[in-house]
Structures are given as C-alpha cells and as structure tokens.
Write a protein that binds this ligand. Structure first.
Ligand code: HAM
Length: 421
C-alpha cells in the first residue's frame, strides 16, 4: 500500500468534527470583527518568499518545497500566507490609499522535522490588516485572538508574550551590535547559532543551548536600541491590553523567525503541548509592502496554527459538548425498492429543516436497516413502508428508548428538532 508522505497529516472524521467546530469559532470571531475572507494560491514564485520572508531565514534557506515549472520558472508551495496576501492585494490595487482587513485559511508547507504539533503540511488561519499605523489595530488583533481562546475554552492554557523590535533602522543597528559582540565568541556558540551569526543573528536570541544563552547574558540588549516612537507604540499597546484585562509578558528575546517584522511582535504559547507550544504568532510588518514593490504601507497580522490549536483544544476540552460526535441525527429506512424515491424526498424535507439525515443504502429487511440505524449513532429512525406512503405519514422510532409512533412528516420533524435543540 502506498502510504502518506512523511509530515503530511490525514485528519480523520473524529478529529475533523472538532476541527470544524474550532475553525468555525475562529472564523466567526474574524467575521464579527468585519475581517473579509480571501483565498490565495498554494503555489507562488519562489522569489516572493525569498524577498518577503527573507533569504536568510530557516524557512527560505532550507524548508521550502520548491519545484521547477515546466517552463523553467522556480515555484514554491507557500510556507506561510503573509507574503502571498501582500502580493495579491498589491497586484489587484487593493492597498493603495485604502485600508484592508482580511483573513485566509488553508494549508502551508515547510520541510521541517515532523513531531507532535509540527508537520510538513499544516493549516493556518491568518489575519492581516493594512493601512493602520497605530497600536490600536495591534490591540484589536490580540484581543480578537483572546476572544477566540475564551470562546474555545483554552484561554487559561495560553500565555501572551510581546516584544517590540523597533523600526527597520533600530533592528539593523541592534543586529550589527549583536554580531560585533558575538563574533569574537563564535567558537563558544552552538553550531546552529554559529551559522546564524552570518545569516540571521537575531535568531540566536532564542537558541536552546544553555551555553549560548549564558553568553547572551552580557550581550547588547534589544530594548536599548528600540527607537522612542516604537517604545511609545509598545507602551500604548500595553495600556490597551491592560484596559481590556488581557495579561501579557514582555519577552525582550522574542524576535520571530521571519524577516519582515518591525515594532510589535507577539506569540500565544501553551505549556500543554510540549516543544511545539506556539499556537498563534504575528506582529507588525510596516516595511513588507514596500519591499515587495508597493508604496510604504503599515501592516500587522497573525497566523494561528490550527493543528496545534486543535491539540490544545483536545487537552483543555476533552469532552466538548459544542460539537456532535456522530454524523447523523436521523436515519431514514425505506422498506422496499419501490419506496426509495419517496424516502429520498422525505429525507430532503428533514434536511431542509436542519436535520442531518443519512438515507439507508442497499435495501434489506427492517431488522437489517434498524441495525445500521443504531450503528450510525442517530437518535431517530424514520421508517417508510407501504402503509406510511399511502397515508402520507412516517413511522418515527426513537432509537434510544425504542418507542415509535406513526405521524405526518411535519410532526415528525418538529418532534426530532425539539429533541435535538
Ligand atoms: P509563523 O510563526 O511562522 O508565522 O507561523 C504561525 C503559526 O503557524 C505558528 O505559531 C504555529 O502555530 C503554526 N506553524 C508554523 N509551522 C508549523 C508546522 N510546521 N506545523 C504546525 N504548525 C506550524 C507566520 O507564518 C506568519 N505569516 C504570521 C503572520 C501573519 N505574521 C503577520 N501576519
């Protein structure tokens, strides 16, 4: 048997039911904040990510699924959504002189080492806002996330970490100071950090190695380089979060793995999932639109890792009543081949009333059909035989207590609906 490719997950029905619930809550929050859905392609020119995410990032350096198109163009499966989102809005003239609040959902691809919570195909829901320079929209984004976590019952399981990277110049100046400090100590750095010293030195700040962290204790500190305006922006964001009662931790070492961030960066982190604890991350990227060829445009956004949010939801809400663990409410049995078309029509009427209806397939006697009805997990069976057809009724059987009654379809539908609501 051909197996799934390593790191590509199958989401089977039992998990997919929870998935749909979680995604629906997230989308409802986004829509209720008047964010608009957009859809973006899975494939883009490799250059978009090289320029957008950054040539020297792990993502672009070693994690992209890159292929040559038949005409020789270099294309990559998207490793994230922000660069594509900027490209799309820019390409369609939707960034110039206007504001936008949009969201997207779908699979992303990164060639990482698979483990719990880390996959090579994973699913993000991302939100981006363009044209707003102030901390008010940073706060809106973060509070919107908090609203999602609250509704999903996971708020108590996550903490919010925040930092500010300053403007592009502050970031550059800090980078240079860090490289100056670490270069003479390069021999003592762990291997990954030594490599990053050349390519992406800020990432050394979140190195796992204790000896590297010990060296960093005396290193120049990012907050000392952050410009006054950025500090003011960050303070105001803190005040807005305080006013809304959302707790956060200022982590001056939080730098994020993508190159486009300026000013605010944030991560929602849980301790309940082991090493892959960041369920949502984002920040401001005021320079990206320009870097991709547009006019300077302030922007901020985040992406939720739905695979991880789902794992956390399983931990926090092991028995969640908000979503059903069976697919059908009602099982329709037709007792004879000649009754099938009538049964189909009856099933459709039930569906139109909001019930989830499974129609029995493959014929067989009543006993066999009821056995299938029981196995389906449905609460109700609707039985249709010759008598029911002739009298324009159905026999409604409650599969929990076995009681049954012959009633017209409208009565059956109202009895089933009342029971399920
Ligand atoms: P990111 O931090 O690379 O940011 O990814 C965001 C989230 O996607 C992570 O916090 C995590 O939950 C999930 N994620 C990332 N990689 C994997 C993986 N291999 N397996 C499972 N989940 C994963 C971005 O992608 C930015 N585009 C976020 C953003 C939007 N910033 C501004 N706007």
């Amino acid at each position: 048997m051909v197996q799934a490719v390593r790191g590509m997950r199958d989401v089977l029905p039992a998990v997919a039911r929870r998935w749909q619930h979680v995604e629906a809550v997230v989308q409802r929050q986004l829509l209720s904040h008047a964010y608009e859905a957009i859809q973006l392609p899975l494939l883009e020119f490799t250059e978009l990510f090289a320029r957008g995410v950054g040539e020297a990032t792990d993502i672009v350096e070693k994690e992209m699924y890159t292929l040559a198109d038949r005409d020789g163009d270099s294309l990559s499966l998207r490793p994230e959504g922000t660069a594509s989102c900027v490209r799309a809005l820019q390409e369609h003239g939707l960034l110039y002189n206007q504001t936008q609040r949009v969201f997207y959902a779908g699979p992303m691809f990164r060639y990482e080492k698979p483990q719990k919570g880390r996959y090579r195909q994973f699913y993000q829901i991302g939100a981006e806002a363009f044209g707003f320079a102030g901390p008010d929209v940073d706060a809106e984004m973060i509070l919107m996330c908090a609203g999602m976590w609250r509704e999903l019952g996971v708020l108590e399981h996550v903490r919010l970490e925040l930092n500010t990277l300053g403007d592009g110049q502050a970031r550059q100046a800090y980078r240079a100071a860090l490289v100056d400090y670490l270069t003479p100590l390069a021999e003592q750095l762990d291997e990954d950090s030594r490599r990053r010293l050349q390519s992406n030195p800020l990432r050394i700040l979140d190195a796992k190695s204790e000896s590297t962290q010990a060296l960093l204790a005396q290193a120049p500190q990012l907050p000392d380089f952050v410009d006054a305006q950025s500090r003011e922006h960050f303070l105001r964001l803190g005040e807005l979060l305080d006013a809304a009662g959302v707790k956060y931790l200022h982590n001056p070492k939080l730098v994020r793995g993508l190159d486009y961030y300026t000013h605010t960066v944030f991560e929602w982190i849980t301790e309940d999932l082991g090493a892959q604890g960041t369920i949502c991350a984002g920040g401001r990227y005021d320079g990206l639109v320009e870097r991709l060829g547009g006019k300077p445009t302030p922007a901020v956004g985040f992406a939720i890792g739905l695979d991880r949010l789902l794992l956390l939801h399983e931990v926090a809400q092991p028995v969640a009543e908000q979503f059903s663990d069976v697919a059908a409410d009602t099982y329709v049995c037709s007792l004879g081949e000649h009754l099938l078309a009538h049964a189909q029509a009856m099933a459709d009427k039930c569906r139109a009333a909001g019930l989830r209806v499974r129609l029995h397939m493959g014929g067989g006697n009543l006993k066999k059909q009821l056995k299938k009805a029981d196995a389906s997990g449905a609460v109700w069976a609707v039985l249709i035989g010759d008598t029911e057809m002739e009298t324009a009724t159905v026999t409604l059987k409650n599969l929990t207590d076995g009681k049954q009654q012959q009633v017209d379809l409208a009565t059956a539908i109202s009895l089933m609906s009342a029971d399920l609501s």
